[in-house]
Design a protein around this ligand. Sequence first.
Ligand SMILES: NC(=O)c1ccc[n+]([C@@H]2O[C@H](COP(=O)([O-])OP(=O)(O)OC[C@H]3O[C@@H](n4cnc5c(N)ncnc54)[C@H](OP(=O)(O)O)[C@@H]3O)[C@@H](O)[C@H]2O)c1
Length: 169
Amino acid sequence: MEVKIFMAQTVNGKIARETGEEDFLSPRNWQEFKKIAEKTGAFTVGRKTFQAVKEWEDKGFKDINAECIVLSQKEGLEVGEGFIKVSSPEKAVKLAEEKGLDALLVTGGASVNSSFMEKKMVDELILDIEPYVLGEGLDLFARRSFEGELGLEEVRKLEEGIVQLRYRL
Ligand SMILES: NC(=O)c1ccc[n+]([C@@H]2O[C@H](COP(=O)([O-])OP(=O)(O)OC[C@H]3O[C@@H](n4cnc5c(N)ncnc54)[C@H](OP(=O)(O)O)[C@@H]3O)[C@@H](O)[C@H]2O)c1
């Protein structure tokens, strides 16, 4: 099972404003996320990201033709039809395996990204670098104790000044 993270961020590593808005990110990143998620077959997001995206008017996880796995330890949380809730990264991977898939895409937020990183479960990191700087905001990874060297595998220039980097862990 291959686990990959896909995230869009500013040049200085911010994935959202402190208020949770992602207005500084181009819609081009969503297209890229959709393409990678559908190719992978399943993606997992944290409960906070799931709830934030639900409030969006123009797009949502329902538009993605892939299994959407929501990570949460809240027992009574209802995620609704078409979504599956699990209580740990290991269970998200197991679920993808049970669906007959050989890969799982992890796509935020900061807390979930770090949960997979600290358990050394990530094989690939795909970053869309938006041509934007933001002094205050949420980082790509929540503060946890992990580190590691990355191997740069691919650099792609997308539209709207976005650079996509692919790293192997
Ligand atoms: N730029 C991008 O590409 C991008 C992508 C995704 C998200 N975002 C942004 O990221 C922000 C949210 O990030 P966040 O770090 O605050 O929250 P998050 O990672 O989306 O969600 C955190 C929640 O996920 C659950 N969780 C995390 N680790 C877990 C684990 N090991 N086991 C079980 N459940 C776990 C917990 O839910 P419970 O509290 O329910 O237990 C936790 O409170 C949003 O503003 C969103 O817009 C940006």
